[in-house]
Design a protein around this ligand. Sequence first.
Ligand SMILES: Cc1cc2nc3c(=O)[nH]c(=O)nc-3n(C[C@H](O)[C@H](O)[C@H](O)COP(=O)(O)OP(=O)(O)OC[C@H]3O[C@@H](n4cnc5c(N)ncnc54)[C@H](O)[C@@H]3O)c2cc1C
Length: 323
Amino acid sequence: MKVLVHFEHDGGAIKRGSLSALRFARDVAEQTGGAVTGLVLGSDAGDAASDAARYVPVLVADDTALKPAIAGPHARVIADAVTSGGFDVVVGAATSAGKDVLGRVGGLLGGFMASDVVGHEVADGELLFRRPMFAGSAIATVRLCGGPQVVTVRDASYEPSDAAAEPGAITPLAVDTGSLPRDVEVTGTPPSQGGRPDVTEAQVVVSGGRAWKSSEDFETHVGALADLFGGAAGSSRALVDAGITPNELQVGQTGKIVAPQLYLALGISGAVQHLAGMRNSKVIVAINEDRDAPIFQVSNYGIVGDVYEVVPLLIEKLKAADA
Ligand SMILES: Cc1cc2nc3c(=O)[nH]c(=O)nc-3n(C[C@H](O)[C@H](O)[C@H](O)COP(=O)(O)OP(=O)(O)OC[C@H]3O[C@@H](n4cnc5c(N)ncnc54)[C@H](O)[C@@H]3O)c2cc1C
C-alpha cells in the first residue's frame, strides 16, 4: 500500500504525534510491500520539510494561502495530493488539529475513515483497525470497505518513528489556490496559558479538578507543579464549565486525548468521560480526599489527602530536590 503521512509541525520541527503516525505508516507499508511519503503544508515550510525529510521522502505544499493552518484549505490540498499521488492510505495524528483536518479529508475522499486508531493488523492484504468506542469502554475492530483510507492514530499506541539512515528527497507540491475554500478567516490567536506546552504534546501533564476553588489556586498549585516538571497543565471539564480554566486545557471525551509518560490527577474524581482522555497515560498518580474515588482504580500511585495540603508539600519537595 502507498501511504501518505500528514505531518503536523511547529514551523520547524515535526510534532511527536506525527512521528507516531509515521510508525503506523511504515508498519503498513512494510507488511503490504508499499512505500511511505510525508506531506508538509504551510507557509515558509522549508524548515519543517527538512525536518520531515530526515524520516521519509516528503512532498511540501508551501504557499502563503496555507497560513494560518485552517482545516478547510489544508484538507483540500491533502485530498488532492492523495488523488494525484494514487495513495491508498493517508494517516495523521489523532490530535485536535489532526482530526479537524483529516476528518474533512475523509469527507472529500468518500468517507472511508477510521479515527483514534490504537492498533492495526494486515489480514489477507486488508487493513483492520482497532479503535475505542463508547468513551473507551469497548475496542472495536473495523475494516474500511473502500478507499482511499483516511486514518488518525493515537500517539500513545505507536512509539514515535526514528529518523532514516539517509534523508529523503523533498518534492514541491503545486497548490491550486483558486480551489481552496475561503469560508474561514483567523482574526487572532490567543497565546497558550503560561507559555506551557499543550497537553497533547507534553511528557508530563498535571491536571486539576473541581477540588480547586479559583483560577489563582489552580495556577499556584497545578500550574506551579506543571512548571516544575516542564510539563503541561490540564483540567477536568468541571473546572472549564466553572470558568476556572480555559477550554483548551480540558482532558477527556469532549476535550483532548493525552497519553503522557506521567499524568497527575489532582482533585479529579475519575468520571468515565475524563478517563476516556487520559487512561492510556504510562504512569498515573492521583491525589484525592475520597479513598473511593474512581480515579484510584486507574492510578499506579495514589495519595488520599487534601490537595491544598499535599500539593504544596510536593512542590516544596521537588524544589528542594532540584536545588
Ligand atoms: C457528554 C459528556 C462529556 C463530558 N466530557 C468530559 C471531558 O471531556 N472531560 C472531563 O473531565 N469531564 C467530562 N464530562 C464531565 C464528567 O462527567 C465529570 O462531571 C467531570 O469529569 C468531573 O470533574 P471533576 O472530577 O473535576 O469533578 P467531581 O466529579 O466533582 O470530582 C471532584 C473530586 O475532587 C475531590 N476533592 C474535592 N475537594 C478535594 C480536596 N480539597 N482535596 C482532594 N480531593 C478533593 C472529590 O473527592 C472528588 O473526587 C463530560 C460529561 C458528559 C455528560
